[in-house]
Design a protein around this ligand. Structure first.
Ligand SMILES: [Zn+2]
Ligand SMILES: [Zn+2]
Length: 124
């Protein structure tokens, strides 16, 4: 196990504590209070290193065109909302009607990546 810097530990800890598959900007916004010297570029660099080390994953690009990251690396699928850009974990695998019930969503496409409209957007 390689040694991680304090900032890198904090970035990893932040990713592992959340399930919203944040962008680099979202991680940066969370951590800049505790690390006033942190820059967005540093967050990007550390995310790249953590991905290469295999301790986090890139899950794909959402609506805003920005890469989303996941601190939970056990195999699971993801649901991307086409309306709000939210990314949810899917624990059921490829049983689409079950997944629609789990998420309260409408699923349009399925592989390891599912796309459609999330419950919050459908409720609007
Ligand atoms: Zn949505
Ligand atoms: Zn995930």
């Amino acid at each position: 196990m390689q040694r991680f810097s304090k900032q890198r530990e904090a970035i990893l800890g932040n990713l592992r504590s959340r399930y919203d598959h944040p962008t680099a900007e979202m991680v940066y916004m969370d951590l800049k209070q505790s690390f006033p010297n942190l820059s967005l570029g540093t967050v990007y660099r550390n995310l790249a290193v953590l991905c290469e080390s295999g301790v986090i994953l890139k899950v794909g690009v959402s609506l805003d065109g920005k890469e989303r990251y996941d601190g939970h690396i056990q195999p699971h699928a993801h649901f991307f909302c086409e309306r709000c850009g939210a990314v949810y974990d899917v624990t059921e695998h490829l049983d689409v009607s079950k997944i629609e019930k789990e998420l309260g969503a409408e699923i349009h496409y399925a592989s390891n990546t599912l796309r459609g409209i999330c419950r919050e957007c459908l409720d609007k």
